[in-house]
Design a protein. Structure first.
Length: 315
């Protein structure tokens, strides 16, 4: 299958995991994994300028949305030049990637009419596996997709099985965005449960809610994982001073116990592709380090532990 265009990072990872890297003809501006996709023709761009803080980014995005504008643009001239056979996109979040409506409009303007649009809509863990199979079927890699999903499910089952050895199920809160604070929803409550924890606030499939500091003060999580969407670890560390301002830092026992973690929210957790199982393994090591020490060692650069005085330490 020649001529695949992927317009979101998770789809690019899926295509490559299915062995179709050589068929990728174009990607989004955020596609960065596997590393050899960097340098491929880029078909999207964000309308907002880079912002210095999560609060500024949030305000910029909300302003664009209020004006009923798209958050991203598609390079339709480049899309016409590539003339793909398959375009993989999403129909879940217009803030995370180019909208399905804009993709359909761009494809409709192509001289080539026989273009397959694969739209991914992952809300829960099984949806991610379904999207891998759907992508595989569209690009002629159905057999590979079945194999990849079976391997991922086996790893999920391995974490679930080991977590049953835990004597307790700590309460877990995951932070999807720093300012304003948004909590992890969608597949995150499922991952927490599989990893041997008890998810707070959100339920499987629920969109990430925005919560106030007062609402957070009514919670007392055992473990907190801060993994802002789209932020590599070093980008989150750059905003570490915001934690006492947006979270009940002096009140939570987990802060004093050293059970607050910063994680790479760009590579993991917020990309609903093959590395969602890596995310599960990382999460399990945060919740039950005594059971999943091997996973902590496997991902040494994915997480930092935060002390009450905001110093970071290797986890």
């Amino acid at each position: 299958m020649a001529g695949i265009v992927s317009l979101l990072p998770s789809a690019t990872e899926i295509v490559c995991a299915l062995g179709a890297r050589e068929d990728l003809a174009g990607v989004s501006h955020e596609c960065d994994w596997p590393p050899d996709v960097i340098g491929l023709p880029v078909l999207t761009r964000a309308k907002m300028l880079p912002s210095p803080s999560s609060l500024a980014i949030d305000r910029s995005v909300r302003d664009v949305v209020r004006q009923a504008l798209a958050v991203y643009d598609i390079d339709t001239a480049l899309l016409e030049k590539i003339s793909p056979a398959v375009v993989v996109t999403q129909d879940l979040c217009d803030v995370c990637a180019v909208s399905l409506t804009d993709v359909r409009s761009a494809v409709a303007r192509l001289a080539k009419r026989d273009v397959t649009i694969v739209s991914l809509r992952p809300e829960r863990l099984h949806d991610i596996f379904r999207d891998i199979e759907q992508t595989g079927a569209a690009i002629g890699r159905a057999t590979e997709a079945t194999r990849v999903v079976a391997s991922l499910r086996a790893r999920v089952d391995a974490v679930r099985g080991r977590a049953t050895a835990a004597v307790a199920r700590p309460s877990v809160l995951t932070v999807e965005w720093l300012e304003p604070v948004m909590l992890g929803g969608m597949w995150m409550p499922e991952l927490i449960t599989i990893a041997g924890g008890t998810p707070l606030v959100t339920t499987p499939g629920e969109r990430a809610p925005t919560v106030s500091r007062a609402e957070l003060a009514r919670l007392d999580p055992d473990v907190v994982v801060v993994k802002p969407c789209g932020f590599p670890l070093e980008r989150t560390v750059a905003e570490i001073d915001a934690l006492p301002r947006v979270l009940p830092w002096s009140e939570w026992r987990c802060v004093r116990a050293g059970c607050v973690f910063l994680a790479d929210g760009n590579a993991y957790f917020n990309r609903p592709g093959p590395r969602i199982v890596d995310s599960l393994e990382i999460l399990a090591a945060c919740i039950h380090p005594e059971i999943f020490a091997d996973h902590r060692d496997r991902y040494p650069d994915a997480v930092l532990r935060v002390s009450p005085d905001l110093r970071t330490h290797r986890w």
